[in-house]
Design a protein around this ligand. Structure first.
Ligand code: SF4
Ligand code: MG
Length: 288
């Protein structure tokens, strides 16, 4: 069934706070899915745990709400079972760069063909405002009343050094650009990261829209997205938060390309062709 924009809404009332950047990210994803113009059954969305993960309730798609920090391995399993699926993963900065950080690095170095969209608001919002791995040094919160003493994780540099083949940053208020970045990331063959700078007006009060407006800027039109060293340099700019595609490497084999077991027929298709498909109970019996 082709994706119909009106049918993407589950009808469940959003629990996100008014003004939260999550609303914008959801709208941008809807726009990107419309532009993709594919069928519902061609797309799987996996959510992590956090405010971002609550999006699982608001979208009517084939999807799964994974465990905290485990959205990427869950998505990896789905992709291996059916490499023809376009698999999109959504989660927050705490989920992806803290609890699930090792999965992020390993998924990147495998170049699994997944799209990872991170709602980066620099705070654990769902658990009421503790510092996250991307919170800046010095920030005072309930969990760090004297201020954070560590340096924050830098998602763009981390993705580049982990060999991510599509590295982008979006800004939540630039809806059209953000949806275009999502679209490009989904179309990219290989692991893609879109780190989205968003506000959490309830718990991260210093990162306001006004703050971002002062620092964000689109990458120049002439930007060469094949130059990894320049991408590192740009990501480290202390005066600007650049958004757009920092780096893209096309043609690198994906993890599924490298696996002999994956042929034209996906494991899911082979399973369907079994004369006598094995049920989940029979599989579980073998582990008793
Ligand atoms: Fe958004 Fe923050 Fe509210 Fe969570 S707590 S829904 S991130 S504003
Ligand atoms: Mg967060």
């Amino acid at each position: 069934m082709p994706i119909n924009p009106k049918q993407l809404n589950s009808g469940i009332t959003s629990t996100w706070c008014p003004g939260c950047g999550d609303h914008f990210i959801l709208s941008a994803l809807n726009l990107a899915l419309q532009k993709l113009n594919c069928n519902h059954e061609d797309i799987l969305i996996v959510w992590g745990v956090g405010c971002a993960g609550n999006g699982a309730d608001f979208m009517k798609v084939y999807g799964m709400h994974a465990l905290h920090g485990r959205a990427l391995p869950t998505a990896s399993g789905a992709k291996l079972a059916n490499p023809k699926l376009k698999v999109i993963v959504l989660g927050g900065d705490g989920d992806g760069y803290g609890i699930g950080l090792s999965h992020f690095i390993h998924t990147a170095r495998r170049n699994l063909d997944l799209t990872y969209i991170v709602h980066n608001n620099q705070v654990y919002g769902l658990t009421l405002g503790q510092t996250s791995p991307t919170t800046e040094k010095g920030y005072c919160s309930k969990s760090t009343p004297s201020g954070v003493i560590e340096e924050p994780i830098k998602p763009i540099e981390l993705a580049l050094s982990s060999d991510t083949t599509f590295v982008a940053r979006a800004y939540y208020k630039e809806l059209k650009e953000m949806s275009e970045l999502f679209y490009e990331a989904i179309q990219h063959r290989g692991f893609s990261l879109v780190d989205v700078l968003q506000i959490c007006p309830t718990f991260k009060r210093n990162n306001t829209e006004e703050f971002y407006q002062e620092y964000v800027s689109p990458l120049p039109e002439s930007w060469d997205r094949t130059d990894k060293l320049k991408a590192f340099e740009k990501a480290q700019d202390k005066n600007k938060l650049w958004y757009g595609v920092f780096y893209q490497e096309n043609g690198k084999p994906t993890y599924c390309d490298e696996l002999d077991q994956i042929t034209d027929k996906t494991p899911a298709e082979m399973y369907r062709e079994l004369e006598k498909p094995v049920g989940i109970r029979e599989i579980l019996e073998q582990f008793r």
